[in-house]
Each structure stands twice: as C-alpha cells, then as structure tokens.
Design a protein around this ligand. Structure first.
Ligand code: GTP
Length: 227
C-alpha cells in the first residue's frame, strides 16, 4: 500500500461533503465512544471491559449535518464517516493482526476517496509514557507515511475527569509528561478534548466537529489516498 495526497475534499455533489476520519489508539482509550459522539449515534460497541472490546474495523456514517461548512457562499451538508479500529496493545490480537486489519480496512474504505484526518485517541486522565508513545504512533506513521504529522489530531477522551479534578484543560496539558508535549508539538498542536459522557452529547458532537473542520481548512481540505 502506498499513499499520496489530493487537494480537493470528497464532494458527492456541490452541496454535500463527506468527512473521512480514522480512530486509532490503545485499547479501552475510548475510541468507540468517541466514534459514537462524532457520529451522533450509537454505531459502535463501547463499554468498560478488562479485555479489548473491538476486534475488527467498522465504518459508521452520520446523517447530513448543516452549519459546519460552506462552499462558494453556500451551505454544505457534511456527512461524517468514521472508521473504528481494534486498539493496540490488544488482549487477544497480535500487533501484526491489528496492523493488518487496520491497513486493509483503511484501503477498503478510504483507498480512493481518501482520508482527511487520523484521530489518535488518548485518555486525558492517563499519563503518556515513552514506550507507549512508540506503540501509539507506530501504526499511524506506518499508515499515513512521512506526512503523518499533518494528518493526525490527538483526541483526548475523559475530559470530564479532568474537569472533575478541577483542572482547566490547557493548564492540565502544561503539566503533562515531556513525551506528551513532544507528541503535541509534532502534530502541530492539533488536539481536541472530548467528553463522551457529556449530558448534552449533541453539544460535544458539534464542538468536536467544528474543531475538526478547522483542522481540515488548515490542511486545505487535503486527503491521503491509499492505493
Ligand atoms: N468518563 C468517561 N468515560 C469514557 C469516555 N470515553 C470513553 N469512556 C469509557 O471508557 C470505556 C472504554 O470505552 P470504549 O469506547 O469501549 O473504548 P475503546 O478504545 O473503543 O475500547 P476497545 O474496543 O476495547 O479497544 C467505556 O466504559 C466508556 O464509557 C469519556 O470521555 N469519559
């Protein structure tokens, strides 16, 4: 599999746009819950478990959402496509199995249409240590190639726990590990906090999608193609 970038966003017609997103990250980090928040529905199985819940990739599609993007002065209806993936380390799959599963699903779903952003899911309430960072970024680098930093956003889940501990989100990042600081720097400060247990999930959904659209604009709506 190789990849290259394309400039235009995926337009199904002039008034519609598809936003293609990939969730990656360690097991039980909240990938499926985040996918559900971004889709505004319950497409993916998500629950607390002492073993990895997701064992294969699944694509979820949202309904068309207005108020997120405009093109040539007209409103665009944005449909979000999210690919949920098994995490690594995984309680029953080897690294090779996880990588293979994710690579073939990415090629299948985003091969020609392209991927706008990979969301690297990290729990905001768990420190990122150096060894884990290697696991976390290995797959995204392998998949996206040398431009991975342009196409990767860190998605911090469990934002509610940060708030409960009375931290401001930005202040909390100031005191984070050097490993996390380096990772945030390498993805050019592209990060989002998300609370998948928010009382009003619709607000969380729109806030996260608006931020994602900002990152897309910064990237000139480029996508990575896999062929
Ligand atoms: N408090 C809180 N819990 C969360 C949040 N996001 C996810 N969780 C919980 O974390 C647990 C794991 O979430 P999942 O969405 O299943 O995580 P996953 O990464 O898909 O897990 P695997 O499929 O096992 O790899 C569940 O109990 C979720 O409810 C969040 O933002 N806040």
């Amino acid at each position: 599999m190789y990849n290259h970038t394309a400039e235009e966003s995926t337009m199904t017609d002039d008034s519609k746009m598809t936003l293609n997103l990939l969730l990656l990250g360690r097991t039980q980090s909240g990938k499926s819950a985040s996918g559900n928040t971004l889709l505004g529905s319950v497409d993916f199985t998500s629950y607390l478990s002492p073993r990895s819940v997701t064992t294969s990739c699944h694509l979820g599609r949202s309904c068309h959402i207005s108020g997120l993007a405009r093109r040539n002065g007209s409103e665009l209806a944005v449909q979000v496509h999210v690919l949920d993936t098994p995490g690594y380390p995984h309680s029953s799959l080897s690294k090779e199995q996880v990588h293979q599963e994710v690579k073939s699903a990415v090629a299948h779903h985003f091969g020609e249409k392209g991927l706008h952003l990979a969301l690297l899911v990290l729990r905001a309430d768990v420190p990122l240590c150096e060894e884990e960072d290697d696991h976390t970024t290995e797959l995204v680098q392998e998949l996206l190639g040398p431009k991975w930093k342009d196409f990767t956003v860190i998605l911090f889940t469990h934002a509610d726990r940060v708030e409960k501990a009375k931290f401001e989100r930005e202040e909390y990042l100031h005191i984070a590990s050097d490993t996390l600081h380096k990772l945030i720097q390498s993805v050019q400060q592209k990060y989002i906090f998300i609370d998948n247990h928010a009382t009003i999930l619709k607000e969380e959904n729109l806030r996260a999608l608006r931020k994602i659209m900002e990152f897309l604009r910064q990237n000139n709506y480029q996508r990575i193609l896999f062929k």
